[in-house]
Each structure stands twice: as C-alpha cells, then as structure tokens.
Ligand binder design. Structure first.
Ligand code: GLP
Length: 249
C-alpha cells in the first residue's frame, strides 16, 4: 500500500502549503468558535512554515487567539532563556510575532528536578486530552529516524517522557551548542503514542541530507530501530517532501 507522499519543487513551496493547511484548521475552528490544538516542532525544518504563518498574521489578519499549542520536545536540562532552548526557538520564530495567548503555549519544561519529570509528563498528556487532543501534529525527522526526540528503541505506544539522546543526534546538534560535549544528554519528548493520537500528522523533510532516512521511513521495514517507520501504520499521516528529500524513493 502506498503512503500519502506529496513532493514539492522546493522547501519554500512545501512550507507555504503546510502553513496554508495550518491556517485552514485555525480558520475552520474560528468559524465554529472552537480552539485549534496544534502540535509544533522545532529544528530547521519548520522555520519557513512559521515564517509563512507570521506573514499571514501580518498581511491577512490570521489570528491565533483560538490556538493552543503543544511542542514536541525540549532538551533536558535546559533553561528557557538559553539560545539553544526550544522555548527561545519558538518565541523567535513564531510566538513573539503573533497574537497567541501565552497561557495557551505548552513546551516541555527543561528546568524541572528529575523527580518532578514523571508527573510533569503525565500532566502534559492530560492537558492535551483535556483540550480535545491534537488537531494536527507537524514533524521534522532526525537522521536517526527520530520524531520529536523518540530515538531508536522507542516503543510505538510510548508517552511523554525523559529520554536519552542518540549520539548521532547530539553530533547533529553540536554546531548549535559549540561542540557535542555541550549538547544535553537527555530530553523530554512527547511519545510516539502521543503523536499517533493526533487527528492529522504532517512529516516534513527537505534536502538530500534527509533522503536516506526518508527512504527508510517510507519504504523500510516497520521497526523501533527507525521510530519514524511507525508512521506507516497511521491513517492520518502525510509526508511533505522537497524533491531532494524524495530523491531516493
Ligand atoms: C531535532 C528535533 C526534531 C527535529 C529533528 C530534525 O533534534 N528534536 O523534532 O525534527 O531534530 O532537525 P532539523 O529540522 O534541524 O533537520
């Protein structure tokens, strides 16, 4: 069976299309006087999507007053005001430029004491359920095949939890931290199971660098060795790729 894969000429076109889909969900919910619940991702991949949403806010008056967000993950430990934090990333790329209410933003807390993490994670799951579940989860993909920070070995029904980062993931993050030794060893991430509960999932990937892992994800055997392959089991997933990321399919 063929998975829904949409290939665009380049990252810009693909990002515009994903931003439009997000805006459509927000507007549809507005017309029903409901909240739109969005699962958001960090990394280089969604940057242009967020830029498009900011542009639509400025130019078209797209409002985020009815939007609740849950980010996938955060490094642990991590101070929110650190340049490498996902709190900082989301503020810079999206939240500071739109009219979202601060109380509607949720990002895993990198400042918790270790013993506080299990309760925090359960509460994160409960908060998502309480607002009716995720209408949409957007995803990038790491070269290990991680979604969020669900590294190889993650279970398909895993929930929000503290995880250990793969060595390759820490090497890929080394530039942001000025050396691999400065990259946190752990992170708090939504689980594969959390992601799966979203009513719609969009996994995005750009560039040749992602082509091998995209091939494995879309065509490879479903296995915890490449957690993104679990997405083959979802009926709600769409892979949005540029030509280069799709070049090995
Ligand atoms: C990061 C994030 C993931 C992201 C991935 C790819 O470490 N935790 O959510 O999808 O790695 O990053 P990039 O988009 O920069 O290639």
């Amino acid at each position: 069976e063929k998975l829904p894969v949409t290939v665009y000429k380049n990252e810009s076109e693909a990002s515009r299309e994903v931003a439009l889909q997000i805006a459509n969900i927000i507007r549809e919910k507005q017309s029903e006087n409901k909240m739109a619940v969005l699962g958001l991702a960090t990394g280089a991949t969604p940057v242009e999507v967020y830029a498009n949403l900011v542009r639509m806010h400025r130019e078209e008056g797209l409002s985020f007053q009815n939007v609740i967000t849950f980010n996938l993950d955060e490094y642990y430990p991590m101070q929110p005001d650190a340049r490498q934090s996902y709190v900082y990333f989301m503020d810079e790329n999206l939240f500071n430029h739109i009219d979202i209410k601060r109380e509607n933003i949720h990002i895993p807390d990198g400042t918790l004491k270790k013993e506080e993490i299990p309760d925090f994670c359960l509460d994160y799951e409960n908060k998502i359920s309480t607002v009716g579940g995720l209408d949409l989860q957007i995803l990038g993909i790491g070269r290990t095949g991680h979604i969020g920070f669900n590294e190889p070995g993650s279970a398909p029904n895993s929930g929000t939890r503290l995880v250990t980062l793969d060595d390759l993931t820490r090497r890929d993050a080394a530039r942001d931290f000025g050396g691999k030794e400065n990259v946190p060893v752990k992170a708090i991430t939504m689980g594969v199971g959390t992601i799966f509960k979203a009513r719609k999932i969009i996994l995005m990937a750009w560039s040749k660098k992602k082509a091998p892992i995209i091939k494995k994800t879309v065509e490879g055997e479903i296995s915890g060795k490449v957690p993104a392959t679990y997405l083959q089991l979802s009926e709600n997933v769409n892979f949005v790729l540029d030509k280069d990321a799709a070049s090995e399919l």
